[in-house]
Design a protein around this ligand. Structure first.
Ligand SMILES: Nc1ncnc2c1ncn2[C@@H]1O[C@H](COP(=O)(O)OP(=O)(O)OP(=O)(O)O)[C@@H](O)[C@H]1O
Ligand SMILES: [Mg+2]
Length: 249
């Protein structure tokens, strides 16, 4: 079966100020299957965000080929969580989360309930009427996660979504994301710096090398799909995370 997304021979060069060139991605190949959770891990500046933006269709200026077996409908099928939560400052938390639904002109009761459920899921019920400037960094990031989930995209592209969160909230959101995946089987590409996060969440982990970014290796996580907090205690978990850590240095 062909993968949902296949990336072939992708090169990306940025022309920065004073016309200096930065080769961000070189000869990148990657497949993402339908319903799969793929983690992208690599050192800072290796091109993870660049690759994710291409997948989202936000950057089309590159060489190589990026093809979908079922092309996502713009603004409907792809949910994107940016590395820096891009919230609208003049909208409350609830109205930021419901942005995608409004864009789709979904004013249904079901849509409103979905927003309420998601606010609860990310622990922001009490802040539903607050504005972004009144939130902590982690709360802003949780709002952005809820917003990406609100319009029920088929594909979720997440750029270090949990990086700014405290360890307890992060672990809880990992389990929430897995629960959402169990019921929806969304395709997820997740950029992370954390080998533990990649191991806990992903089916496969793509390890990138430092600039220019290439995919050094793609590993299948040797754990059953069902992950619970106890999974983190398994010897296979520590062994796999340790192997990723080695590969990153
Ligand atoms: N708009 C841009 N103009 C010029 N260079 C850019 C631009 N965006 C990214 N770059 C360069 O491309 C390279 C890859 O950047 P990218 O943001 O994709 O890295 P990253 O892997 O996401 O890093 P981090 O883990 O720090 O978020 C970096 O060297 C960066 O300086
Ligand atoms: Mg980045």
């Amino acid at each position: 079966m062909s993968p949902l997304l296949s990336v072939r021979g992708v090169h990306k060069t940025y022309v920065a100020a004073k016309r200096s060139k930065v080769v961000a991605l070189e000869d990148v190949d990657l497949d993402v299957g339908e319903g799969e959770i793929v983690a992208l891990i690599g050192p800072s500046g290796c091109g993870k965000s660049t690759l994710l933006r291409m997948m989202a269709g936000l950057d089309t200026d590159f060489e190589g080929d990026l093809s979908w077996s079922v092309p996502p409908r713009p603004g409907k099928d792809i949910g994107f969580v940016f590395q820096e939560p891009a919230l609208l400052p003049w909208r409350t938390v609830r109205r930021n989360v419901s942005l995608g639904l409004e864009a789709q002109r979904d004013t249904s009761e079901q849509g409103r309930e979905q927003v309420t459920t998601l606010l609860d899921l990310v622990g922001l019920t009490d802040f539903a009427d607050s504005f972004p400037k009144e939130l902590s960094g982690g709360m802003r990031q949780r709002t952005a996660i809820a917003r990406a989930l609100a319009y029920n995209p088929r594909i979720l592209l997440m750029d270090e979504p949990f990086g700014a969160l405290d360890a307890i909230t992060r672990d809880r959101l990992h389990d929430d994301l897995l629960r959402i995946w169990e019921t929806t089987h969304k395709t997820i590409v997740l950029v992370t710096h954390s080998v533990e996060e990649a191991t806990y969440l992903a089916d496969r982990v793509a390890v990138m090398s430092a600039r220019p970014g290439r995919i050094k290796a793609v590993h299948t996580v040797p754990l059953s799909r069902e992950r619970t907090p106890e999974t983190r205690q398994l010897p296979e978990f520590a062994k796999f995370a340790g192997m990723l850590r080695q590969e990153l240095v």
